[in-house]
Structures are given as C-alpha cells and as structure tokens.
Design a protein around this ligand. Structure first.
Ligand code: MN
Length: 322
C-alpha cells in the first residue's frame, strides 16, 4: 500500500474542518476533484468549504453540486486542514491568500512531476493521468462508497485531463477506474459532449482568429499560434476560456510540438506547450514554468509577443534536435 496515501487518509479521518482548493485557472480535473471530495467528506460527516477564485466555467454546467464552489472565503475563515489540489508552489494559489494563516495543516496532492508546495502531507505521483484518478484510490482507502455525484465528478476529472482517454498518460489502471465509474453512472455520453463538443459561437470565432495566426516551424514539426487581448475582447471571452485552445493545434499532420502564445496582460506573455513525445516541461522550466512532460506552461515577463516567440521556438527546435 502507498504510504503517502495512507497518511493522508489517516489525517482526513482525524480532522473535521476542511478547505479544498485548486491552483488558479482551475481546470476540469480540479473541478471534478473538488466536487468528488465534497461528496466523500459529506459521507464521512466532515465539514468542508470548496474555494476557487475562478468559479465554474459553463462547460461544466452539467456537474451536480457545482454551486458548492465558492469564489471567496468567509471573513476570518479558519480550517483544520487545507487539501491543496495540483498546486506546484505557493505562487499557484490565489493572490493574497495566506495558506498557513488560514489552515493548521496542509495536504498536498498532485500528479505533476514537479511539486514544491510546503505541506504536512504530500502525495505526488505522475504515473496517474489525472488527479481524479489518484483520488479514486484515496476514497477507496477511506472506505467510502462512491455515490452518483462523486462518480460523475471523478469521471469528469479523468476525461478532462486525458482529452477523452487520448493521451499517453492513460494506463490500463485509468480504464479500470473509468469502468467502475461507468458502472455507477450508466450513460456518460453527456459528459463527453459537454466537454468536447460544446463550443459557443464566440469560442469558435476566437479559434478561427487564433488559427489564422498559425505558423509552422522546423519543417512543420512545431506549430505555433497566438491570442491577443484584443482578440479575446472582440469575442467577449476571458483567458480562462482558452484552456482547450492549445490542444486544437494538435491536428497538423506530422507536427510534434504545439505552442500557444497568450499576449493578454501588459508586459506578460503566457506560453502553453503541448507535445507528442518531447519533454516540453524542460522548455517551460527554463522560464520558471512547469507542468507535465507533454503539457507545460510558463510566463515571460517584460517582453513582446515577437520576442517571446524568438525565445521559445528555437528552444523547442533544440529539444527536437536532441
Ligand atoms: Mn490534472
């Protein structure tokens, strides 16, 4: 049995008041993880508060109990334990939020390879394709029978982070977990449709604008595109609506690395990297970013979009030449 997991399960059994929070720019994996955790803590008779400054995007409107997620903390809030979800460092927490002042103990769970969050209990395992897949085993250890809501939330986590079981991070274990969730849920087609086939007209408009900036580098092995604040504004969208855009670049035949440049804040260029095989987190790490081998991100400050491209594209080329 996994020792880190067991220690976390024990800590959860002993405490009563929990704060559950993900990193900023919450994604489907965190959302499903938070909502499933809520169901599990409820069945254990614990008190909990779900906190994400980003709220819940329309994509996930189908999730039961999504209204349990709060975008603010009550004044003077204090908890026994914070359960921090895939947060590689304190800088990934909401600005101005003091983790230690708010929570006596910190549980840190992540499936990203690099995680330096100071915590009392950490369980970090990059062999899982989603945090939701990890949590399935924690809930099992806690002896909790998953209800429909928890199964729906966990399935959403796994499907979101694996792009519908398409990534190399998916293992036989992923499918075994999904099979059990499917037994509980019955029909899951509505989850796939909501996540992968539910673009708004504004989103499609933005995608067409971003695709118009498409560039091929290094004999078509690297694909890049960019989005500006003006594009977002003209489509009435926000940065959080861009999460799946970089994945849309992964359709060019023969391409291996996909880079999306986001020139949204003044003097800051956020870069999302995706890859078929090359470890793009090494490129992100050069600029104090992080992520998985095949999905990483970094922020370049004080430079223009053109300069950011001049930095990143040669580094991506170098990676392919290694
Ligand atoms: Mn994840």
């Amino acid at each position: 049995m996994n020792e880190d997991l067991q220690k976390i399960a024990q800590a959860i059994k002993e405490k009563d008041n929990f704060l559950i929070l993900p990193h900023v720019f919450i994604d489907g994996d965190d959302l499903g993880s938070m909502l499933s955790f809520a169901q599990v803590l409820k069945s254990l008779g614990k008190n909990y508060y779900l906190y994400s400054i980003d709220g819940v995007s329309d994509t996930f409107d189908f999730l039961s109990n999504k209204e349990e997620i709060h975008t603010t903390l009550p004044a003077g809030a204090n908890f026994d334990v914070a359960i921090v979800l895939e947060c590689s460092s304190l800088t990934r927490l909401p600005e101005g939020f003091d983790l230690r002042a708010t929570c006596s103990e910190v549980i840190n769970i992540d499936h990203h390879p690099i995680n330096d969050l100071p915590a009392d209990y950490s369980w970090i395992d990059p062999s899982f394709c989603a945090l939701g897949e990890m949590l399935y085993f924690l809930y099992k250890d806690l002896g909790v029978e998953l209800n429909r809501e928890a199964a729906e939330a966990l399935y959403t986590s796994i499907v979101s982070d694996s792009a519908g079981f398409r990534y190399s991070s998916v293992s036989p274990r992923t499918h075994l977990v999904a099979a059990h969730l499917l037994e509980i849920l019955g029909d899951i087609s509505y989850i796939h449709r909501a996540i992968f086939s539910s673009y708004s007209a504004n989103e499609l408009k933005l995608y067409s604008m971003a695709l118009a900036t498409l560039q091929l580098h290094h004999h078509g092995k690297i694909v890049s595109a960019y989005v500006t604040a003006q594009m977002l504004e003209s489509c009435h969208l926000q940065e959080k609506d861009l999460q799946s855009l970089v994945g849309q670049l992964n359709v060019v035949k023969g391409s291996e690395i996909f880079v999306l440049f986001k020139a949204i804040d003044t003097n800051k260029i956020r870069v999302s990297l995706r890859s078929i095989e090359a470890p793009v987190n090494t490129v992100a790490a050069k600029h104090n970013g992080g992520g998985h081998k095949l999905a990483a991100a970094c922020t370049l400050e004080g430079i223009s979009l053109e300069e950011a491209m001049e930095f990143i594209i040669p580094e991506a080329i170098e990676l392919l030449n290694q």
